[in-house]
Write a protein of this length. Structure first.
Ligand code: TRP
Length: 335
């Protein structure tokens, strides 16, 4: 009963990239045996930027199928869609009332996104990190596997948990981020100073988990490097550094080993091998994905069971929160 709890989520805002996989998804299945795991598809978060409704629906099922294809086991983990558990939005509201405007103003992801969508910045984009804190705190999560870019959001979740616990009484566990030292931030293949992102207008900047072999090969061949013509891992050769990080993450070889392996070889040979490693890694995932995505009934079963299990836990936390802030309990007969 005293297993620790893990929670994480991915937005269904487009096809997932190799960056999503290496930074987050690939780590998810590792926790399944020793932790109580909750993995959600955060559709409420996705609508903070413009979405086409039918694509959002499709992408949500795509992320679910990818979760399963990447090894999440519904008998071990609770896999669910965020909007199916209304407690997320409700706890977010309560947490909004103890969040300072200044804290949200300092969020770098908000600053980046509001620059990008400058004509249509909505209040949801501003309070996005509060909803994320609600996702985490509802399940009393101890550990949250995420990419490096989510560190600041995790800090907020911890801060809000501590603030609430101090203001009322012990209610929430204080979550810790789980961020790997290599691979937690995979960069664009075309501009290694920015994160690999599926919303990049340049398709060569990212590899999608569902890209076919030829596409992967071409994108790696086109990835920017430098003119030093010498394999090394440093901050002057950022493009190469990123490729070595990808190599290292997918093979569990240390970066020094990789540099050693390619000491007297050219970038071409390194890239050929890297492309092959990526293709070999994604091939079984893609095969499994194809089977799953065509079985809508099975997917529906998984997310239905997930919603019931998630709601049980979430409701338990939300009831305590409502009681502590002073709401009159809702009588059983109108539940
Ligand atoms: N903000 C996260 C991202 O963009 C997604 C997310 C939403 C999340 N809720 C979460 C991640 C809860 C971990 C835990 O990657």
């Amino acid at each position: 009963m005293d297993k620790k709890t893990v929670l994480s989520g991915i937005q269904p805002s487009g096809s997932l990239t190799l960056g999503n996989y290496i930074g987050a998804l690939r780590n998810f299945s590792d926790f399944q045996n020793e932790y109580e795991c909750y993995y959600c598809i955060v559709d409420l978060h996705a609508i903070t930027v413009p979405q086409v409704p039918k694509d959002l629906r499709k992408n949500t099922l795509e992320v679910l199928a990818l979760y399963l294809a990447c090894g999440l086991n519904p008998d071990k983990s609770t896999i669910f869609i965020q909007s199916h558990v209304h407690e997320h939005a409700e706890l977010a509201w309560v947490l909004n009332t103890i969040t300072y405007m200044g804290q949200l103003n300092r969020m770098t992801q908000y600053k980046d996104k509001s620059r990008k969508y400058n004509e249509s910045i909505n209040a949801g984009l501003f309070t996005y990190p509060v909803l994320m804190a609600a996702d985490i705190l509802l399940y009393q999560a101890d550990l949250v596997p995420v990419g490096e870019d989510q560190r600041q959001h995790l800090e907020l979740a911890r801060d809000l948990a501590i603030r609430f616990n101090n203001k009322y009484s012990d209610t929430f566990s204080i979550p810790e981020p789980f961020i790997r030292s290599t691979g937690s931030k995979i960069m664009s293949l075309q501009d290694p100073s920015i994160k690999m992102s599926k919303s990049d207008p340049d398709k060569n900047a990212y590899i999608l988990l569902l890209d076919d072999k030829d596409t992967i090969y071409k994108k790696i061949k086109r990835a920017v490097t430098d003119s030093e013509n010498h394999i090394d891992y440093n901050d002057r050769q950022l493009g190469l550094k990123n490729l070595i990080d990808i190599f290292s993450s997918l093979t569990d070889k240390r970066t020094e080993e990789i540099v050693e392996m390619y000491q007297n070889k050219g970038y071409g040979e390194f890239k050929d091998d890297l492309a092959e490693i990526i293709i070999d890694c994604l091939e079984p995932i893609q095969r499994r994905y194809k089977e799953l995505i065509s079985d809508k009934e099975y997917l529906e079963k998984i997310y239905s069971i997930g919603a019931i299990k998630a709601e049980r836990k979430a409701n338990n936390t939300l009831r305590k929160v409502y009681k502590k802030v002073g709401f009159v309990p809702k009588p059983d007969m109108i539940k």
